[in-house]
Design a protein around this ligand. Structure first.
Ligand code: C2E
Ligand code: CA
Ligand code: CA
Ligand code: CA
Length: 284
C-alpha cells in the first residue's frame, strides 16, 4: 500500500492510514474483550450426512462488542496472532467451549458427541496439555470427546515443541482434525507424519462440486471422492465443510462422506440458543 512520491520518498496513502487505525481499534477490542469478558464460543453442530443427527459441535469465536455488536473472528485472529494475544483468547474460548459442551452433552442423544476447538500455531505451548486435562477433569469429560482442529499452518511450522505438544495431547486421548483440507500445499504428507483422525474438506471444494462449468464440477467431484477414499484407507473420518444446498448434500452422500457441517444443517449459534433448540419439544 506504499506509493513512491515524486522524488522517490515514500508517502502513505489513505488505505494505509485506515489499516493501521483499524488495527489499533481491533487491538483495543481484544484487550477490552479479555478484561470485560466479551469473547464467546459460538457452536455449530456437525451432523451425520445420512440421517442428519448431530455428532458433534465446532466452537467458533465471536467478540460481543457492547456497541458494535457481534464481530466475526477473521481480522481479530490475524491481529491476535501477530500480537500474541491469541494465546489468552484461545484459552478463554477453550474454557467456554468445554463448559457449554458439558451442559449440551447431558441432553438426550448427545452422550457420544464431541466438541471441536480451533487452535492457532502459537497456542501449542508446553502447558496446553495440562490445561486441557484440568478442564476435562473439572467437567468430567473423556478426552476422546475433544477434537483439536489444526490447519497446515500448525504442521508446517515444524517446530519441535509444537510437535511434542500435539503428540502429548494425542497420547492423552484427544483427537486431531486437519482443517481446511486441500487449501494449502502438499497436504497429503501431513496425514502421514501426524496422528490425524479427522479430515475436514474445505468449503471451496464443496462449492465447486456443483459449479456451472461442467469440467470444474467433474474435476472437483473426482478430487473430493479421492480425498474421501484415501482418508478412509487411513482410517480417518471425513467432514464436508460449508454445506449449503440439498444438491451439495446429495452429491456428498454418494461420495461416501461421513459428516457434514454448514448452513443447510445448522448455523453457528450462541450456546444458550442451541441449548434451547436441542432441548425443546420440536427437536428429536
Ligand atoms: P473454519 O475453522 O474453517 O470455520 C468454518 C467457518 O465457516 C466459520 O466461519 C463458519 O461460520 C463458516 N461456515 C459454517 N458453515 C457455513 C456455510 O454453510 N457456508 C458458509 N459460507 N460458511 C459457513 P467463522 O466463524 O467466521 O470462522 C472463520 C475462521 O476463524 C475459522 O474457519 C477458523 O479458522 C477461525 N476461528 C474461529 N474461531 C477460532 C478460535 O477460537 N481460535 C482460532 N485459533 N481460530 C478460530
Ligand atoms: Ca475449524
Ligand atoms: Ca475449516
Ligand atoms: Ca475454512
Amino acid at each position: 500500500k506504499k506509493r513512491d512520491g515524486k522524488n522517490g520518498a515514500q508517502i502513505f496513502d489513505n488505505g494505509m492510514l485506515d489499516d493501521s487505525r483499524r488495527r489499533a481499534e481491533l487491538e483495543s477490542y481484544i484487550e477490552s474483550g479479555l478484561s470485560e469478558d466479551w469473547f464467546e464460543a459460538y457452536l455449530q453442530p456437525v451432523v451425520n450426512i445420512d440421517d442428519r443427527s448431530i455428532v458433534g459441535f465446532e466452537a467458533l469465536m465471536r467478540l460481543h462488542h457492547p456497541q458494535k455488536g457481534i464481530l466475526p473472528p477473521g481480522r481479530i485472529i490475524e491481529v491476535a496472532e501477530e500480537t500474541g494475544s491469541i494465546i489468552r483468547i484461545g484459552n478463554r474460548i477453550m474454557e467456554k467451549a468445554i463448559a457449554h459442551f458439558a451442559r449440551l452433552s447431558r441432553l438426550d442423544g448427545m452422550q457420544d458427541s464431541y466438541i471441536a476447538i480451533n487452535f492457532s500455531p502459537l497456542q501449542f505451548e508446553p502447558d496446553l496439555p495440562v490445561r486441557i486435562a484440568a478442564l476435562l477433569s473439572r467437567y468430567d469429560i473423556s478426552p476422546r470427546r475433544i477434537v483439536i482442529e489444526i490447519t497446515e499452518a500448525v504442521l508446517m511450522d515444524d517446530n519441535p515443541e509444537t510437535r511434542m505438544v500435539i503428540n502429548e495431547i494425542c497420547h492423552y486421548g484427544c483427537r486431531i482434525a486437519l482443517d481446511d483440507f486441500g487449501t494449502g500445499y502438499s497436504s497429503l504428507s501431513y496425514i502421514n507424519r501426524f496422528p490425524v483422525d479427522i479430515i475436514k474438506i474445505d468449503q471451496s471444494f464443496i462449492r465447486a462440486i456443483n459449479d456451472t462449468a461442467s469440467d470444474v464440477s467433474a474435476r472437483s467431484r473426482m478430487l473430493v471422492e479421492s480425498i474421501t477414499t484415501l482418508s478412509h484407507k487411513m482410517s480417518c473420518t471425513v467432514i464436508a465443510e460449508g454445506v449449503e444446498t440439498e444438491e451439495e448434500c446429495a452429491t456428498l452422500r454418494t461420495m461416501g462422506i461421513d459428516y457434514g457441517q454448514g448452513y443447510l444443517f445448522h448455523r453457528p449459534q450462541h450456546p444458550d440458543n442451541l441449548m434451547k433448540t436441542l432441548s425443546g419439544p420440536q427437536f428429536d
